[in-house]
Design a protein around this ligand. Structure first.
Ligand SMILES: NC(=O)c1ccc[n+]([C@@H]2O[C@H](COP(=O)([O-])OP(=O)(O)OC[C@H]3O[C@@H](n4cnc5c(N)ncnc54)[C@H](OP(=O)(O)O)[C@@H]3O)[C@@H](O)[C@H]2O)c1
Length: 291
């Protein structure tokens, strides 16, 4: 991958900044005491998680591939919340990208109080026809980069008694015909996150897996799943509502948080249903329309 590139704006003024979007741009910024890094912050759930942390005064490090979207978000966060924002462009589907990102953050002299592994995407379609390259890159992003960043930044989180938020999915709770590899990556994220949460008990580091159900974001286009009965014709919750709900759960100290009561009920119901039946139901729910 190309070296991650970054930009930051901050100052040491203690003057509080206006929070309203319509307020004039603050002339100086508040030096925040906590720093969070959020992957996949250029859109969707990650963008709104960045807003939540900024609202609480964090210095926000936003990471994704789309520099213009990140710079636009950074300008909004500085303007609305008066916090420093660091933009780092990185393609985390490239092997080695996580280590380069970690080095870039260290080079800026930053220590993380919170890490949000949110970047991820899905691949929709029958496994026999889907593109292997896209699936392997997805596995690299959804799993390998998440594990690498968790390990590399854990010393920071231990030193700061910080927070680790991994974005899984309700897809984590059962197999997913027509998105077989994606569902498996999210089962991995959930299992990994619960395991290290248990290991880290008593250290002061809080670990949470956020499990949203289908959410309106760039995800559906990227996964080319407009044809899936899972989302077609459905009114999905907004990425903002999912992020706000997930952020509140993180602050409450939850370990696994499923967004939405119906999603929670469905995730519980699979525990008492034969897996073959569960898989058949998901197959029916996810099928490409016309099948
Ligand atoms: N939307 C849903 O229905 C849903 C449901 C459950 C869980 N989730 C999970 O929620 C997380 C966020 O998804 P979303 O719904 O907000 O989707 P989204 O709107 O497509 O956002 C995905 C984010 O990940 C970034 N990203 C994608 N590939 C990347 C790469 N190679 N390197 C670095 N960043 C990359 C994207 O930025 P760039 O394109 O600029 O790189 C974007 O910021 C994902 O982990 C997803 O699996 C989503």
């Amino acid at each position: 991958m190309s070296e991650p590139s970054s930009s930051t704006a901050s100052s040491t003024s203690t003057a509080p900044a206006a929070c309203a979007a319509t307020a004039p741009a603050p002339t100086a910024m508040v030096r925040s005491t906590k720093t969070v890094l959020i992957t996949g912050a250029s859109g969707g759930i990650g963008l709104h998680l960045a807003e939540c942390f900024a609202r609480d005064g964090h210095h926000v490090v936003v990471v994704a591939r789309s520099t213009p979207q990140l710079e636009a978000l950074a300008a909004v966060l500085r303007h609305r919340f008066g916090v420093p924002v660091t933009v780092i462009t990185a393609d985390l589907a490239q092997p080695g990208a996580a280590a380069q990102l970690h080095a870039a953050v260290q080079a800026q002299g930053l220590t993380l109080d919170a890490l949000v592994n949110n970047a991820g995407y899905g691949v929709f379609g029958e496994f026999r026809n889907s593109a292997l390259d896209a699936e392997l890159a997805m596995m690299q992003l959804n799993m390998a980069a998440l594990v690498s960043l968790s390990k590399l930044f854990l010393p920071d989180l231990l030193a700061r008694r910080g927070q680790l938020l991994n974005v899984a999915s309700t897809a984590a709770f059962q197999p997913g015909p027509y998105m077989a590899v994606y569902f498996a990556t999210k089962a991995f994220v959930l299992s990994f996150t619960e395991a290290i949460a248990a290991e880290l008990e008593g250290t002061g580091v809080h670990v949470m897996a956020l499990c949203p159900g289908p959410t309106a974001s760039g995800f559906q286009d990227k996964a080319a799943m407009q044809a899936s009965a899972l989302v077609q014709g459905k009114r999905l919750p907004s990425a903002e509502s999912v992020a706000v709900d997930g952020y509140a759960a993180l602050q409450r100290g939850k370990c696994v948080h499923i967004t939405g009561t119906l999603n929670w009920l469905m995730a519980q119901s699979v525990r008492f249903t034969p897996r073959r039946v569960v898989t058949a139901i998901v197959k029916m729910q996810s099928r490409p329309t016309g099948h």
